[in-house]
Design a protein around this ligand. Structure first.
Ligand code: GBH
Length: 449
């Protein structure tokens, strides 16, 4: 799978935004330093058997102490924007009330250094690391979460709003709901079944609306968005039951967030279950407009009818010939399909690809990491993105997941998504991979050759 050479790829538009993406719990470390309180992931990772090889977010990439070096790596790529997340329990340790000055000082420094390096900071308020204190009050299963998130959003804007004009509210509410509150594979580890998923998802959607309103009230002229995990859902076989399973999974995976945000509706198949949770006027709040959709894309979802699982849906065998080390299918055309859905079904909103990338088994022993498979993966997705642009999709930019190998949730440190290798056994030393140099050329020329 060597990169194809010597074909003429088109050039991306001049004003296309290039960037990289990370999240706080996955890179920062310093989990108990300078007043940071535990997040649900710090607590979850302490429970035996939850994370591969017993990995924890405690040190991660130690980005908290190495941020200058990491910004230099970003500068080396020539990127114009950086999406990171703010660790809520670092800045508001109990989730509400008292703020932690030392925590904010870190994000002040990060924002100032990014601006000095010519890189636009695009923070995301919430990338799955709820303060444990709020989990103890019910977390996303409580409607109080609406007030918690909007108060935190307001505080963030008061602190950083003079220098940050682009904000994302949530990361992948559906994934957080399904794996954190349905199956329990992610923190907070609640195996709450269908009810858990739909409650956690609806409350996040509501809280997102309230946070958007709080930010608009705080300041005018902000560009506000939220980040969705969007994957075309396809049935494993053509059978009726697999087809119906795909409709149900699409409803919870993509539509509940999209229909709610863009149309103020709930997908038909979810109405019976959600009926108990949705209150009058809820859909008005969910429909609070955004200026930008952040879209994370990794692959399609192939599903089948499987009684006993969430919504009686199980993972099916993907219709793909290539897979990453994580076992995810490589399906660049799915990116274009999803963008076309946004265009035709939701009025072609402005989209920033906020994550796209792949885990491969990189090994730096014996020289530089020659990660040709990752280069092929990224290039094939950028080519699919160009096809979508040619068909009129409103895509403003592309961010690679991720700058660094990092704490990959329940997989611990076993899955590496970085353009830069991190030696977790040796002072978290950073070693740029071949994909880093490749991406630098793409950013510089606008051509994904
Ligand atoms: C993102 O979630 C997260 O935002 C980020 O923090 C994380 O590090 C990154 O992905 C990499 O994992 O191919 O049918 O088996 C991604 C959510 C859910 C996307 C599972 C891929 C696989 C479905 N992912 N999905 S399948």
């Amino acid at each position: 799978l060597l990169p194809r050479r010597g074909f003429a790829a088109a050039r991306f538009p001049e004003d296309f935004t290039w960037g990289v993406s990370t999240s706080a719990a996955q890179i920062e470390g310093a989990a108990e330093i300078d007043g940071k309180a535990p997040s649900i992931w710090d607590v979850f990772a302490q429970q035996p058997g939850r994370i591969a090889d017993g990995g924890t977010p405690e040190i991660a990439c130690d980005h908290y102490h190495l941020l200058e070096e990491d910004i230099a790596l970003m500068q080396g790529l020539g990127i114009g924007a950086y999406r990171f997340s703010i660790a809520w329990p670092r800045v508001v340790p109990d989730g509400i009330g008292r703020q932690n000055e030392q925590g904010w000082a870190f994000y002040d420094r990060l924002v100032d250094r990014l601006l000095a390096a010519g890189i636009k900071p695009m923070p995301c308020l919430y990338h799955w690391d709820l303060p444990q204190a709020l989990q103890e009050r019910g977390g996303w299963l409580s409607r109080d979460s609406i007030a918690w998130l909007s108060e935190y959003a307001r505080a963030a804007c008061k602190r950083l709003g003079d220098r940050v004009d682009t904000w994302f509210i949530l990361n992948e509410a559906s994934v957080h709901a399904i794996f954190g509150h349905g199956t329990g594979e992610h923190a907070p580890g609640i195996a709450g079944g269908n009810d858990g998923v739909l409650q956690a998802l609806h409350h996040q959607n509501l809280a997102q609306g309230a946070a958007l309103r709080a930010l608009r009230q705080e300041r005018s002229g902000l560009t506000l968005g939220t980040v969705l995990s969007l994957q075309p859902v396809v049935p494993e076989t053509e059978s009726r039951v697999d087809h119906d399973a795909a409709i149900r999974w699409d409803a919870v995976w993509n539509r509940l967030a999209l229909d709610g945000l863009m149309r103020g509706t709930v997908p038909e198949v979810l109405v019976p279950t959600l009926g108990k949770v949705v209150q009058p006027d809820d859909l008005d709040l969910v429909k609070t407009p955004v200026d930008l959709i952040g879209m994370n894309y990794y692959s399609r979802c192939t599903v089948r009818h499987e009684p006993g699982r969430l919504l009686d849906v199980g993972w099916g065998r993907p219709h793909a010939d290539r897979f990453t080390a994580y076992g995810w299918p490589v399906e660049p055309q799915g990116l274009k399909e999803m963008l076309l859905q946004l265009k035709t079904l939701y009025g072609n909103p402005p989209v920033l690809i906020t994550e796209n990338g792949a885990a491969y088994a990189d090994d730096p022993r014996g020289g530089p990491v020659q990660d040709d498979e990752r280069i092929t993966f990224l290039r094939d997705h950028l080519l699919a993105l160009q096809e979508a642009l040619e068909e009129g999709c409103n895509v403003k930019g592309y961010m690679a997941w991720s700058l660094l190998d990092n704490f990959e949730w329940q997989m611990g440190y076993k899955m590496r998504f970085g353009l830069v290798f991190v030696d977790f056994d040796n002072d978290r030393k950073r070693i740029p991979k071949a994909s880093y140099d490749w991406f630098r050329r793409v950013v510089g020329t606008g051509i994904p050759a």
